[in-house]
Structures are given as structure tokens and as C-alpha cells.
Design a protein around this ligand. Structure first.
Ligand SMILES: NC(=O)c1ccc[n+]([C@@H]2O[C@H](COP(=O)([O-])OP(=O)(O)OC[C@H]3O[C@@H](n4cnc5c(N)ncnc54)[C@H](OP(=O)(O)O)[C@@H]3O)[C@@H](O)[C@H]2O)c1
Length: 256
């Protein structure tokens, strides 16, 4: 469920999945507090929302700064009133294989995708528990199901987010707070435009928004899509290693 009377805080709103979702939410009449680092893109989004039923207000933020994240959260509450839903979507990706393995790069990915998300969760959980209401939505990925080749930087960050949501779901329910995890497959965005391999079941960001929006109207724990791809990966992740590892090895070959 989504509370139309309260605003929605959405991170990673400047491009791709986040941008498309921000416009859909504003079109449905919601007030969206949109965060990302790019001030220019957020301003453009604000302009675009002027003809819509709801509105988009920009709150530029680098989620890797805990201090700035708390300040931004408080500013949104001060400007727009109570926050009913937060959608934590901001992330980065960089292919990392054995040859270019770098703990510095891995740290950077973990610092934005995982720690950055928890920086946002910090003030949100405190606030939602206090008022005994709210919805938290974390965008992870089907890539968090299995450690795919060349993704030793990205996959662990998404696996960690899924695990975090699993751990918090029942606990937050005690305070009438809902947490959902979104696990998309390949979506055409600036992030995937950099990929130099075939992306099975690739969908548009508009299609992705449709899946997310419909999922947000429920309280289901996991929103996953596209269905067939997700079910294939769900089977993959329960395979014993003697079956899974040769499959991962074949993916390595297909990307050479
Ligand atoms: N596209 C896919 O196939 C796919 C599949 C599964 C999951 N996902 C997930 O979906 C989410 C959106 O990805 P996307 O494909 O839409 O990629 P994208 O177009 O690159 O969007 C990423 C967003 O995150 C923001 N961001 C990056 N670093 C940030 C930081 N430090 N602080 C604040 N904002 C930051 C970016 O804005 P700025 O650069 O302006 O900060 C941008 O708005 C991500 O969590 C991604 O992992 C994507």
C-alpha cells in the first residue's frame, strides 16, 4: 500500500529506473522527494513533473555521506511533512573480474550500494518505528541471488541488501513498518548501456516501473521481474555447487 497523503523519498532518481519511477509516482498524484548527486538532472525532473498531478522536489545527495543523508532526511520532513515511503534505489556498477580485482573498487561499490543504503535507513527506521508506520523499499537485484562471473564487485552488494531486508522484515513488522525488496533483471538504463554482453530478457525502464508500481501497491516481501528470468535464477540459486559452478563457468566463456 502507498499513502497518498504522505510524501515518498526516492534515491537514485536522476536517471534510469529511479527517474521513470519518480515520474510515474508524480503522475499518480504523489509528492516525491527525489535524491541523487546530479543537481542538473534532478532540476530537469522537477520541471518535467510540473504538468503532472503530483510533484517532484529535488534533494541532491551523495548517499555515501551518513551526515548529509541524515540532514537531507530531516530537510525533506521539514519541507514536505511526514514521509510515508522511502525507495532506496541509488547504486553504481562496475564489472570486476579476477584480473582487475581491486579491494579499493570493491570498497567503493559496497560503500555506495550497501553502506549508502544503510545510511538512508538509519534515520528512516528511527522515524518509522517512532510513528509506528511506514514503508521501506530497497532496490537490490536478481544479481544478488548468485555470484555471477565478472561481478565480484556488484553481486555481493546486492546479496547483502537482500539479506539485510530478510533480517529486518519480521522485526520491523512489530512496529507496523513494512520492508520490501525489489529484484529486477536486466533493465535498459545508463547502467546497463555500458554492458558489452547480451542481456537476456532485457526490458525498458517503463516496463520496470510498471512492475515496481504494481508491487508497491501490495505489501509482498519481494518484487521480482521479469518473471521467467527471475524463476530461472531462483532455480539456479538452489542448485548444488556441482551443478551451479559449471553453469557459471559456461557464462565466463560466453563473455570472452
Ligand atoms: N538496470 C538494471 O538492469 C538493473 C537490474 C537490477 C537492479 N538494478 C538496480 O536498480 C537501481 C537503479 O539502477 P539503474 O539501472 O536505473 O542505473 P542508473 O541509471 O545508473 O541509476 C543509478 C542512480 O543512482 C544514483 N546514484 C549513484 N551513486 C549515487 C550516490 N553515491 N548517491 C546518490 N545517488 C547515487 C545515480 O544518480 P547520480 O549519478 O546523479 O548520483 C542514478 O540516479 C540500482 O540499485 C541498480 O543496482 C538495475
Amino acid at each position: 500500500m502507498l499513502d497518498i497523503k504522505k510524501c515518498i523519498w526516492l534515491t537514485g532518481a536522476s536517471t534510469g529506473i529511479g527517474k521513470s519511477l519518480a515520474l510515474k509516482l508524480a503522475n499518480e498524484g504523489f509528492v516525491v522527494a527525489a535524491s541523487a548527486r546530479s543537481v542538473k538532472n534532478l532540476k530537469k525532473l522537477e520541471e518535467e513533473s510540473k504538468s503532472l498531478k503530483g510533484s517532484i522536489k529535488s534533494y541532491p545527495l551523495d548517499i555515501s555521506s551518513q551526515e548529509k543523508t541524515i540532514l537531507t532526511f530531516n530537510k525533506i520532513k521539514k519541507d514536505l511533512g511526514s514521509i510515508g515511503t522511502v525507495i532506496l534505489n541509488a547504486a553504481i556498477n562496475k564489472p570486476i573480474n579476477a584480473k582487475n580485482f581491486s579491494s579499493k573498487e570493491l570498497k567503493n561499490l559496497m560503500n555506495v550500494n550497501y553502506v549508502g543504503t544503510t545510511n538512508c535507513l538509519d534515520p528512516v527506521i528511527k522515524d518509522f518505528i517512532k510513528k509506528k508506520s511506514g514503508k521501506i523499499v530497497v532496490v537490490a537485484s536478481l544479481a544478488g541471488y548468485v555470484g555471477f562471473p565478472y561481478s565480484s564487485g556488484y553481486c555481493p552488494t546486492k546479496a547483502a541488501l537482500i539479506n539485510l531486508c530478510e533480517s529486518l522484515r519480521a522485526d520491523l513488522e512489530q512496529y507496523n513498518v513494512i520492508i520490501q525488496v525489489i529484484n529486477p533483471g536486466f533493465v535498459k538504463t545508463p547502467m546497463t548501456d555500458k554492458n558489452d554482453f547480451d542481456m537476456p530478457f532485457l526490458i525498458s525502464s517503463e516496463k520496470s516501473t510498471e512492475y515496481i508500481y504494481n508491487g508497491l501497491l501490495t505489501n509482498k516481501f519481494e518484487i521480482f521481474y521479469p518473471r521467467i528470468f527471475a524463476y530461472i535464477l531462483k532455480i539456479l540459486r538452489i542448485l548444488p555447487y556441482f551443478l551451479l559452478l559449471p553453469l557459471l563457468k559456461s557464462m565466463l566463456k560466453s563473455r570472452k
